[in-house]
Write a protein that binds this ligand. Structure first.
Ligand code: GDG
Length: 493
């Protein structure tokens, strides 16, 4: 490589961009989802590199789009090209039909096809080859998420010496669930090839260490606190809990802007004398959306004083729509919303406003600002950034957060939120009732507490903690440069 000194090379399944077919051919748009929200602001203008799949298939030539995209992003982007077969078996297959459901404790949804595993290995190797090409020995390779658990091992198999760290954005399951994975030993051994393995919560870290005991009887733990060293045979791996977060100040600042404030006022004016209860989720069966709609229906039935006084705004962002399970969920949601609105709607009041699309950032922030209650009830979630974003944008500190016990965010936010079991429809319905009637003083106390946590434990705190554990450095070693333009070497692909 042409530069010396440590650079951070992020590697994730997807680049932080989306390819969209526009009137003039392929166009580049910012990516969506938790990983991008969290990492993009940290990487901007700091001289780093991001390697990932562009989202298209082999036949689409995306290399030419990377230069403008890199300039726009403020770091270099290098695409990994995948064939349609690889996308089918590595991404939709192994990642999303095996690891995603299993790690969210939904093992009955898993499809353990052996050919998925073979493609997973092949694609991890492909990522390792491209990372080898675009990095040097002094770089720090920071691999993200469940699609790439095998990458450090693939790098070693290629003879590439790099300092590597891994962060798992989704939960790590308890041993009795993890052990169902036919490739459990290979995955655990592959994770031990990283120098540092990070999880969202202490519970995930505990589950991982518990699973390691199954492949080796002689494991030892040294150190205390969130990051410990695990010694398995001749391997020493640092293993830590690093709860991911958001750029709190950017959310709070943008929520305060006139544009968002005006939009929030305008949207709430259309719902006079209502408390708005807000749900925002990617279309996913882990997010507990049908159970939440059932709970809302139950609340309207058991607490009739809520009728005409509360409106659920449920935003569902389309995701993985090519997969039949996601199509079925989409249909189920339409059916449930139709049933509830059909039963309760009356002149001047529609109980559920259902938005099945992605909102632009201002609109999303306006909903965060105007909602008196947020209801975030995943069946299981690595962290859940929406919960933190809602708190950051609740400038008046009068909102109520209803939060699932099984979101990673619960470990930090449980004292200020109303905690619920997302499988307990009546319990969630009681929580809606409690939130609706909560007085201003209690709302303020709880929300103030929540906002303090999100403010102090923000995304910069998270990155610094990880880098500190990984390379004994923090972001001050990678200062952001105004108007930074990443150099794209010619023949970059
Ligand atoms: C994975 C883990 C973990 C949502 N709707 C819109 C929109 N969003 C943005 C939110 C938020 C992100 O998408 C969703 O993040 P989550 O954390 O809630 O969930 P996942 O996408 O499943 O993320 C998760 C995360 O990784 C990070 O480690 O927390 O547990 O599953 O940032 O704001 N953004 C826009 N319009 C929308 O309509 N612009």
């Amino acid at each position: 490589m042409e530069e010396s000194g440590t650079r951070i090379v992020a590697v994730s399944n997807r680049l932080p961009i989306r390819l969209v077919h526009g009137p003039d051919g392929l166009e580049i748009k910012p990516g969506t989802g938790g990983l991008v929200t969290a990492l993009a602001p940290v990487f901007r203008n700091r001289g780093g590199v991001w390697i990932g799949w562009s989202g298209g298939t082999d036949d689409e030539d995306v290399a030419g789009l990377m230069e403008p995209a890199s300039r726009e992003a403020g770091y270099r982007l290098y695409p990994v090209r995948l064939s349609a077969d690889e996308v089918g078996d590595y991404y939709y297959g192994f990642s999303n039909e095996v690891i995603w459901p299993l790690f969210h404790d939904l093992q009955t949804r898993c499809n353990f096809k052996p050919r998925y595993w073979q493609q997973y290995l092949k694609v991890n190797r492909k990522f390792a080859e491209i990372t080898t090409k675009h990095s040097s020995e002094t770089d720090y390779i920071w691999v993200h998420d469940y699609h790439l658990m095998h990458m450090a091992q693939s790098l070693k198999e290629l003879g590439t010496e790099r300092n590597t760290g891994f962060f798992l954005h989704i939960p790590f399951p308890p041993e009795d669930i993890f052990m169902k994975l036919p490739w459990r030993a290979q995955i655990l051994r592959a994770l031990l090839e990283y120098e540092l393995v990070g999880f969202q919560t202490m519970r995930d870290r505990k589950n991982f260490i518990q699973c390691l005991r199954h492949i080796s009887s002689g494991i030892r733990i040294s150190g205390r606190g969130p990051v410990v060293t695990v010694i398995v045979g001749d391997k020493r791996v640092r293993v830590g809990a690093f709860p991911i977060s958001i750029d709190h100040d950017a959310f709070a600042r943008d929520a305060k802007s006139k544009k968002v404030a005006d939009l929030a006022w305008y949207l709430h004016e259309a719902l006079p004398d209502q408390q708005v209860i807000l749900g925002v989720d990617r279309l996913d069966y882990t997010k507990g959306i049908p159970e939440r709609l059932e709970a809302f229906k139950d609340a309207l039935s058991r607490f009739p004083e809520l009728q005409g006084k509360i409106t659920l705004v449920q935003v569902v962002v389309p995701s993985r729509e090519e997969v039949s399970e996601y199509q079925m969920l989409r249909e189920e949601l339409y059916r449930l919303v139709g049933e509830i609105n059909g039963k309760f709607t009356r002149s001047g009041w529609v109980p559920i406003h259902y938005l099945y699309r992605s909102l632009d950032r201002s609109e999303l922030l306006a909903y965060y600002r105007l909602a008196e209650i947020a209801i975030i009830t995943p069946l299981k979630d690595g962290m859940n950034l929406v919960a933190k974003e809602y708190c950051a944008c609740n400038l008046e500190e009068n909102g109520v957060l209803i939060l699932s016990e099984f979101a990673g965010a619960a470990a930090q936010l449980h004292r200020g939120a109303i905690m619920v079991n997302p499988y307990d429809v009546e319990g969630m319905s009681n929580a809606i009732h409690q939130a609706f009637h909560m007085d201003q003083a209690e709302r303020h106390n709880r929300m103030h507490r929540l906002r303090e946590i999100v403010h102090h434990r923000d995304i910069f705190w998270w990155v610094n903690n990880f880098l500190e554990a990984a390379i004994a450095k923090d972001l001050r070693s990678f200062p952001a440069v105004e108007d930074y333009v990443p150099e794209i070497p010619l023949a970059s692909n």
